[in-house]
Write a protein that binds this ligand. Sequence first.
Ligand code: GAR
Length: 222
Amino acid sequence: MSREARAAGCRAAILVSGSGTNLQAFIDRRDAGRLPLDLALVLSNRADAYGLTRARDAGISTNLIAHGDFASREAFDRAIAARLDDSGIELVILAGFMRILSPWFVRRYAGRILNIHPALLPKYPGLDTHRRALEAGDAAHGSTVHFVTEVLDGGPRVLAGRLAIREDDTPASLMRRVQSLEHRIYPEAAAWFGEGRLAYSDGAAWLDGRRLEEPIVEDLDA
Ligand code: GAR
């Protein structure tokens, strides 16, 4: 890796499986000169992920590692790790990466993997979060940025974006509203990491030297 690349800051990889609207939010913030991260690599498990096209258009190196080519989850994860290590990646940003990472991988990058999950965690880990929030009659819904641990969607929470559910919301409208809120909170939380303000230690998230018992919550109109 060149000295110039190092100088640009914390080297981050974004892992995507789909459309990559969150990736685009990172790119837009970078292009606005407000992202203290070097977006060094975009990696996908799916050849048809539109996120790969967004990355190429933004001049970011891309890599496709198809999970179907590997005999086990860990073999797939080891191939990803080899690619991340080749690129000197310091922060792994999961943005709609729809594969569960093996305990091996999570331990390998402990404290250096962020995820965004479309729910106000600890509510609704897993899939179908918007429908579940509506069916439960929740007044609020949102999305949460958290560090990744071996517990699915259960790692220390950093930043949540919250919105009020409207009477006429459907799972589709909620998905759109939550995604637009994600585009604000995810680059923000990752920027904290890039600035050295956010860290993972003793199984907890720390911001500006303070242990976060609860995530920071931003009420957003999306
Ligand atoms: C995002 O809404 C993210 O919260 C969700 O996938 C979407 C990806 O959208 N992630 C999960 O559900 C992970 N459990 P994008 O590809 O347009 O960024």
